[in-house]
Ligand binder design. Structure first.
Ligand SMILES: [Zn+2]
Ligand SMILES: [Zn+2]
Length: 367
């Protein structure tokens, strides 16, 4: 190389400027200078490649005399201006079941669960002694929780015989969210004897939330979930994937937008997708696959079903026809199918399509 660019000034390698050792300097190598014309494409490509090689993937293009100014290009998936970078995209990143794709905040669930006071006290007309706090109703009346409530009500002068709705707000607040670390003396009588000790009452909302997080038993987790409501995740707003993945779009839609479409609309979207030559070449096989599978769903009369629909919410007839669509897709032959009212819930106009589907299965050599 014969030229450098030091702090923006082009200098000769032979004659470098004096540099202040206590300052940061930008030192770049000038790889090539050319006026683009026919026949130079190869040289330009070689120069860019050389630049990428010695710089670990970053090249600056300067267009002297043009108002375009400079252009920094990077081989890494990174933007120097926004200071973000990410790994090379892989299929597993597009699944919320994979830690590579899942939203970090909700672990790919799309929602989070929160203990709600109204579920702990569903009937505010009851008093505490009548069982307003359903959380410990199922537990023993003499158990730890009952004795804890007794200690708390006694300490704060909460009337256990007053309907819950008539209790002052600050007392309800203590019951739900605790006493802020205040130590309460509690009488306790258990199988192993009786005694007195100090507890910190964290409140029922916090208590349930903590136990939900800490428990290793599915049973108690499920029990606690009765007192929880679901809220859409604040980070991904229910899209379940991380921001990098959601920033990837085909046409105008990311994968979450796309899976919210019905099979009909998703099929139409693929038909109308405008791609340039390179994109077409890259996408042709996957687009063909997607269209075929959507067509199977449409053929068995399920065009109205959205792709993100949970399988637990499907009716028996729908689930059966989805299995049928999968079967057609797999192209199996020599199989005996037993279908139990496959047209149930099917619109009259879709019966013909279903019958065609069955005939296709038969023509493949199935019975
Ligand atoms: Zn950027
Ligand atoms: Zn999320």
């Amino acid at each position: 190389f014969t030229r450098l660019r030091v702090d923006g000034e082009i200098v000769s390698v032979e004659d470098p400027p004096k540099l202040d050792r206590y300052k940061n300097h930008s030192i770049e190598v000038v790889i090539d200078r050319l006026v683009m014309k026919k026949g130079l494409r190869k040289r330009l490509a070689d120069s860019v490649e050389l630049a990428l090689k010695i710089s670990d993937g970053i090249v600056v293009l300067d267009f002297p005399g043009s108002k375009n100014g400079e252009m920094t290009l990077s081989e890494q998936f990174a933007c120097l201006d926004c200071n973000i970078s990410f790994e090379e995209l892989t299929p597993r990143m597009f699944s919320f079941n994979s830690p590579y794709g899942a939203c970090k905040t909700c672990s790919g669930l799309g929602f989070y669960q929160e203990v709600h006071p109204d579920l702990i006290v569903p009937d505010q007309n009851l008093s505490i002694s009548e069982g307003a706090l359903v959380i410990y109703n199922s537990a023993s009346k003499t158990g730890f929780y009952a004795q804890m409530v007794k200690a708390v009500t006694k300490y704060y002068g909460i009337d256990p015989d007053k309907p819950y709705k008539d209790l002052p707000e600050d007392q309800k607040e203590i019951l739900m969210h605790g006493s802020g670390g205040e130590r309460i003396l509690m009488d306790y009588e258990g199988r192993s004897g009786r005694g007195q000790f100090h507890i910190k009452f964290e409140g029922f909302v916090n208590n349930l939330a903590r136990r939900h997080k800490e428990t290793e038993s599915d049973n108690s987790r499920e029990h606690i979930e009765q007192f929880m409501i679901q809220k859409p995740c604040a980070r991904c707003s229910g899209d379940r994937l991380n921001p990098v993945v959601l920033a990837v779009k085909v046409g105008s839609k990311n994968i979450a937008d796309y899976t919210r479409l019905s099979a009909d609309a998703a099929y139409k979207y693929m038909l109308e997708l405008k791609l340039n030559k390179t994109q077409k070449f890259i996408g042709q096989r996957i687009i063909k696959e997607i269209k075929e599978r959507l067509k199977f769903l449409i053929d068995v009369g399920l065009g109205y079903i959205t792709i993100d629909r949970g399988s637990a919410t499907l009716s028996g007839g729908e689930a059966q026809r989805i299995r049928l669509a999968t079967q057609i897709g797999s192209g199996l032959m020599g199989v005996l199918y037993i279908l139990d009212e496959p047209s149930i819930g099917l619109h009259q106009k879709d019966n013909k399509r279903l019958i065609k589907t069955l005939e296709r299965l038969r023509n493949l050599g199935n019975t």
